[in-house]
Design a protein around this ligand. Sequence first.
Ligand SMILES: Nc1ncnc2c1ncn2[C@@H]1O[C@H](COP(=O)(O)OP(=O)(O)O)[C@@H](O)[C@H]1O
Ligand SMILES: Cc1ncc(COP(=O)(O)OP(=O)(O)O)c(N)n1
Length: 275
Amino acid sequence: MKSIPTALTIAGTDPSGGAGIQADLKTFQEREVYGMSVITSVVAQNTLGVKDVENLPVHFIEKQFDAVWEDIHPQAIKTGMIATVEMMELLARKLEHSSVPYVIDPVMVAKSGDTLMEESSRAMVRDVLLPLSAVVTPNVPEAEFLVGFPIRHTNDAEKAANTIVTELGAGAAVVKGGHLDGEALDVLYDGNSFDYFKSKRIDTKHTHGTGCTFSAVITAELAKGKSVKESVALAKQYITDAIEYSLELGKGNGPTNHWGYRLLDVPGQRRSLHD
Ligand SMILES: Nc1ncnc2c1ncn2[C@@H]1O[C@H](COP(=O)(O)OP(=O)(O)O)[C@@H](O)[C@H]1O
Ligand SMILES: Cc1ncc(COP(=O)(O)OP(=O)(O)O)c(N)n1
């Protein structure tokens, strides 16, 4: 029987379907990876913002994790919204002896400005979870928190990615450029060299869930056995297409479109919007 790659996301929910667990599972499916999920927080949110958050008890997050882990072993894991110190402690315990590639999307604040991680947890991502990761994917404000200096230009992003790997212990770091001006440039440092993933900046407000989708593609590709560099390159191409075809759904920032690029497909010859 053909084996299928498997990936696990550990994150909060988005009932409006653009971010969080829902975005991750849609993305895994699009990348032809079997997706599984452990829910950390149930979030009442939509394209306008976050209305409320209900954190699940840590013992029940552990039960979900164990149920997956002892039955269908994932080939890659990602974490997104991990709201509390207690949740971080649980995940550190669960993942410290795992050899499965682990991607951290260090989600701190949603684009709407709403907080998704307690202040006290932020230092724990840096000090406890980062050293366990294969890749971490901070946006500019998240990277600034992790390294403690401002990021305005490409050389700051390079310095930040280098610091996150060499001083904070991540396996690799992609500092995403969505929050800077000019071209959308993401900088990857893998401990040896820098790589740059660039696209034109797409003029749209419909970017809800970009970070979740981007890190979910990386996770899916690592589950297939691709290298970090290949996985980030595929994620960049995918998210650019998904933003280009983002949906005017809801009254706020609409979601990225996970299947829009297919509109340009020629049968038997999958084509990207960049061709
Ligand atoms: N307007 C845009 N046009 C093209 N790419 C974008 C745009 N906004 C974000 N991106 C890309 O989307 C991905 C997520 O970036 P970012 O918005 O920085 O993260 P987050 O959603 O975590 O805040 C990155 O690859 C970034 O370069
Ligand atoms: C449950 C949950 N997790 C993460 C986010 C943040 O998603 P992100 O991809 O960074 O995009 P925005 O939602 O901030 O546009 C979220 N909103 N909800």
